[in-house]
Every structure is written in C-alpha cells, then in structure tokens.
Design a protein around this ligand. Structure first.
Ligand code: ZN
Length: 329
C-alpha cells in the first residue's frame, strides 16, 4: 500500500495553540491540483494524555462542530497538561454540503474504516485517522446526532466490548460526559465504523447522539460544550471538578429496540421522544399519502422503555428506522 497522501500543516508535538489544516490532494474539474482542506487545531502543554475530539463525522450533525469550534477558539495551553487534537468537521466535504455523506464519493465516514491510502477521498481521510491520529490518542470523543433523518434524546454512549476493562473505562468516560441520558449501545451495523476502529486500537471511546433533524438547539449545544470539557477533566488533561447532573441510564439489549417501517407514507407520531412506552403500545402510525379511506399501518413497541429515537422527516419509506425504544436501567 502507498503512504497516506494527507499532510498536516501544523505540528503535533509542539507546545502552544496551532490552527491549520489536514491537506488532502484532490484533483478535479474546477481545480486540477486542488486539495480538500480539513480544519484542525492542536493545543499542547507539556507531558500528559492526548484527546482526539471529532465532529462532522456525518456532515449534517452540528453539536460537535459548534462545541469544537468553540473549544478550539477558547482552550489555552495553560488550562491543560497533555494534548488536545480538535477536528470539528471530520468528513469535511460532507459538512460543507450539509449532507450525511460526502458529495464527492458518497462516502459515509462511519462506514469507511479502516479506509485506504489509495481509495476514495472519504477512504483516504479514514485511513489517515486510522493510522496517524487514533494511534496518537489515549481518549477519543466523536460527536454525533441524528442528522436530517433521525432525532434522539440527548445521550452519550459506550459499546458492549469483549474487553471488560476497556468497556469499563469507556463507560466511566461516558459518565463523565454527563449527557441527560447515558446508553450502552448495541450497534446494528458496526462494520467500518470509526467507533470500531478506535476501540480495536484499545482506546477509551465516547460517542454521542445529542439531537437531530439536521440542526442543533441551544440545549443540545450546551450539553456538548459541557460534555467535552468534562471528558478532558476525566482524562486528566484539564484541571477542575466535573459537575455531574442526574442522567437516565438506557440499555439497548437487542434488535427488539428497533422498529422499521415496512411501507411508505406519512408518519403520525403517537408518543414523543423521552416518553415511556410499554411493549405492544403503538409508537407511530403510517398513513397513506395518495388516497383517502385507507386505515394507517400501526407500528408497536417490541419492548418496554422510553422512546430514544425517531425518524425525523414527516414522510417515511420502507426499511427506514421509524423508532428506537430503549430500556431504562
Ligand atoms: Zn452521525
């Protein structure tokens, strides 16, 4: 395999604040010798752990990019011991397009790991993270929300891992993030995920789903801002106490958490995010759009819990995730 073509224009091993770019050559119609310029900031002060903080893994999720732009602007080396690597918009072409995946190659960053140095633009970015940035890190925080098609109760999450010690370390960091909800997640589709790549390198990993609908709210951004600083304190990079507010612990024990639409139509939500639901309750109806006189299709919870996520747009297609019911622990 060839070497990864991305070059940073700032140092990763010098004290101070460095704002720059990861430059990825990308030859195209409007720029023969052009590049994709992924913004990056590195703040370092002496010895200590390294945190790698990312937003914009999906380009239509905004809590991470806002909180990380704020952190990159305001974090001073005097506040930390160690190193903080900040990439507010990880899949930068997707972020610029306001879309989940890259407009260049349709690459979904969170299905592109471990990537390829000689692959598509998205695969090259993934490969750079997999071989250069993740290995530098002790702890990794990747911000997500639902994007344009899903909406979530705000939660931070760890995964069920084979290594119990690593899982415990991840859960402790997730608890330090202190979102209103805390989840141990079962991934329905974990091949190619950044999460999996980070976890396979033995790192402490925190992910989030803080909202959705292709935007952010004052509340969801406040959660992100607080959470990232709490994680830096938990990692021993920032000084100061972690302020913990009550969090609701959620579990997603199996595939019965998910309800998928089996037809197309217009959604009538029957319960809203965060509300309690019992097994067998109707969570949503899907109405015909083309004619009257047709009863809606009812979709029922396959387990009891709370509504953790829902399809966001008013129209739905067959196979779309309609709702997710999580168990309250
Ligand atoms: Zn996402």
């Amino acid at each position: 395999m060839s070497a990864n073509p991305i070059t940073p224009n700032i140092p990763f091993d010098e004290d101070g604040v460095h704002h720059g770019f990861l430059r990825l050559p990308y030859s195209r119609d409007d720029s023969a010798w052009g590049s994709v310029m992924i913004p990056i900031a590195v703040v370092q002060n002496g010895e200590g752990p390294t945190a790698l903080l990312t937003g914009g893994n999906h380009g239509d999720e905004y809590e991470g990019p806002v909180a990380l732009q704020d952190l990159a602007l305001t974090l001073s080396p005097g506040e930390i011991s160690g190193r903080v690597i900040i990439v507010p918009a990880f899949n930068y072409p997707a972020f610029c397009a306001g879309s989940r995946t890259s407009p260049i190659d349709k690459g979904n960053m969170n299905r592109s790991f471990p990537g390829r140095p000689d692959g598509t633009v998205t695969e090259k970015i993934a490969h750079y993270f997999d071989t250069v940035l993740i290995p530098m890190a002790d702890i990794v925080l990747d911000f997500h929300s639902g994007g344009k098609t899903l909406d979530f109760v705000p939660f931070a999450s760890a995964h069920v891992l084979d290594d119990q010690n690593q899982q415990d370390a991840c859960v402790a960091a997730v608890r330090a993030f202190n979102a209103p909800y805390t989840a141990i997640m079962l991934e329905i589709d974990n091949v190619g995920m950044y999460d999996t790549a980070v976890e396979q390198q033995g790192k402490v990993f925190v992910t989030t789903e803080l909202g959705g609908g292709g935007t952010a709210t004052a509340r969801s951004i406040a959660i992100a801002r607080k959470g990232v600083r709490n994680v830096l304190r938990h990692a021993g990079i920032m000084a100061g106490d972690i302020t913990l507010e009550p969090t609701v612990s959620l579990d997603m024990p199996d595939g019965d958490c998910f309800v998928f639409s089996e037809g197309e139509g217009m959604i009538e939500p029957v319960i809203d995010l965060g509300e309690k639901v019992s097994k067998g309750d109707v969570v949503a109806r899907v109405w015909a759009t083309g004619k009257t006189g047709v009863a809606p299709v009812e979709y029922r919870a396959k387990r009891s819990g709370i509504l953790m996520a829902r399809h966001f747009p008013g129209l739905i297609k067959s196979g779309d995730c309609l709702s997710v019911v999580a168990t309250v622990v």
